[in-house]
Design a protein around this ligand. Structure first.
Ligand code: AMP
Ligand code: MG
Length: 507
């Protein structure tokens, strides 16, 4: 990476020296005059849980790490003081363990595609520790792709560059879209080869999450009948995420609320997670694990991208139902610790059964905004559904159709523009009763989403050592609701040749 590019990603308070380094294009100069030391104010809580919860595991060093990206804005939020490029590179590759870190691999289990797998766990990740950010929120700092752990099973514990860059770009884009998500602090190339479909360049992602507690973290202790651990975990989750919640059923209720809101947000931007296994379902209500995820281009409810989702279990329109299924698994696990099972089952049933309606309410709120409605009327659901049906029948691009509503470009998205015109008649009449539809719509309909073909092109370039597309995507997606005339190419759906038909897990 050039010094200039690095400059955009690494902050240094020796402004004068830094400016020189850029001017002379000489990173060595910066290293000579600028002597900041990487400082991460760790404050670790997970390690104080019983040692059955994790295995202590240091990251395994790599041969020749090279810094690809560092998220300066996120570092500030985490109260991290960046250091020398070389020092940061070694730390975020896992070659050195920063002061205060207590690396560990977390234990969990989970249902994968509906089948219970009794032991999963961090097979290619280590939690370095936690920091409390400037916003008062505690977050995990985790290296992903950092080598084998006791939970690696047959895996090599590594990640290749493609999924690391995909997760970096997409998770940061989700954040900018205003959707709860894990985030990306750094990406480092390892200088080593990992074997996937062929030899691929290895990489490590530094992931930041409000926690890595999953439905599967509860399931593992419930399945093993370790009720003390289950109670400890429940207390920990409540204290860390939902101090207002009381008891296991109180926790179930707030996790339901967070998940219901999250899934409605995914639906509203055409996001398909792709692998909604219970080990990928976050208790904090964040989007986690950007394996085979994708944003839809042309709208169809049955859209599936994941190469391993052959039955379409995690198709776009199935996501709400799967979220309920996952919550039912959490309920089943949580109930184990309650003395009065009958009462708990009754309460849990009520909580889980209320989830679809809750999701529907969030969904309706989001989609009302997408078509410019603030007030609520009986026929709104029907109007939105009608538009979606027509979009599906006419191959309309999900993002561009909504973004173009209110302009004459919306009808161009439809193979039969008359299908849109017919709908728009009723819609225009409905809009008469709204005050500021255009503003509402703009804030609810992003212009920019990380389209799959652009992600694939970005990865192909990076594999060739060309990182300009990666940086550009991060740049443009950081303001997804703004008009950016210079980035019109990133609004364009894929051509026939560019369409990505399948996405692959990050393994
Ligand atoms: P995921 O599909 O990313 O949710 O991962 C499912 C499980 O497989 C988790 O326990 C991962 O830690 C594990 N896993 C995925 N990839 C690897 C790998 N390359 N090496 C070891 N374990 C892995
Ligand atoms: Mg996972």
């Amino acid at each position: 990476m050039s010094c200039a590019v690095m400059a955009a990603h690494l902050r240094c308070w020796c402004d004068y020296a830094w400016a020189d380094a850029i001017r002379y294009g000489n990173c060595a100069l910066r290293a000579y005059v600028c002597r900041m030391t990487l400082t991460i104010p760790f404050d670790n809580s997970y390690i104080r849980l019983p040692d059955t919860f994790y295995a202590r595991q240091a990251p395994v060093p790599v041969r020749a790490p090279r810094m690809v990206a560092f998220n300066d804005e996120l570092a500030q939020l985490l109260r991290i003081t960046p250091g020398e490029v070389e020092e940061m590179t070694q730390a975020f590759a896992g070659n050195t363990v920063p002061d205060g870190a207590q690396p560990l691999a977390q234990l969990y289990s989970g249902h994968q595609f509906g089948n219970y797998n009794p032991q999963l766990g961090d097979g290619r990740a280590v939690l370095l520790g936690e920091t409390v950010g400037t916003d008062g929120i505690r977050r995990d700092i985790q290296l992903k792709g950092s080598g084998p752990t006791p939970f690696s099973r047959q895996g090599d514990g590594r990640a290749w560059l493609g999924p690391v860059l995909r997760e970096y770009v997409v998770s940061e884009a989700m954040h900018a879209l205003g959707i709860p998500t894990t985030r990306a602090l750094a990406a480092v190339e390892t200088g080593e080869i990992v074997l996937r479909e062929g030899p691929m360049p290895g990489a490590v992602l530094t992931r930041v999450a409000q926690s890595h507690l999953r439905v599967g973290t509860f399931q593992v202790f419930a399945a093993r009948g370790q009720l003390d651990n289950l109670r400890r975990l429940t207390d920990y989750a409540i204290e860390r995420h939902y101090p207002q919640a009381v008891g296991p059923m109180g926790l179930l209720r707030v996790v339901r609320d967070a998940q219901a809101r999250l899934i409605a947000q995914w639906m509203s931007v055409g996001f398909i997670h792709g692998v909604m296994n219970t080990d990928n379902c976050s208790i904090a209500g964040e989007t986690i694990d950007y394996g085979p995820c994708a944003f839809m281009d042309s709208y169809h409810p049955n859209t599936v991208y994941s190469s391993i989702d052959r039955m379409g279990r995690y198709a776009y329109s199935n996501q709400p139902e799967i979220a309920v299924w996952n919550l039912a698994q959490l309920a089943t696990a949580l109930i184990q610790q309650v003395e009065d099972k009958e009462a708990a089952v009754e309460e849990a049933t009520e909580i889980v059964h209320a989830m679809p309606e809750l999701m529907q309410a969030h969904w309706l709120e989001r989609f009302r905004a997408k078509i410019g409605l603030v007030t609520q009327e009986e026929g709104d659901l029907q109007m939105i559904s009608d538009l979606l049906t027509r979009m599906a029948q006419n191959g309309a691009d999900f993002t561009n159709t909504f973004r173009a509503l209110g302009t004459d470009r919306a009808r161009d998205q439809f193979t039969d523009p008359a299908a849109f015109d017919q709908w728009a008649e009723g819609w225009q009449a409905r809009l008469q009763r709204e005050e500021v539809p255009a503003e509402v719509m703009k804030a609810a309909n992003p212009a920019f989403i990380p389209r799959n073909h652009r992600i694939e092109q970005m990865i192909q370039a990076a594999v060739q050592g060309e990182y300009a597309p990666f940086h550009r995507l991060n740049d443009v997606f950081s303001q997804p609701y703004a008009d950016q005339p210079g980035a019109a190419d990133l609004m364009r759906p894929p051509t026939q040749d560019e369409v990505v038909h399948a996405t692959f897990c990050g393994t």
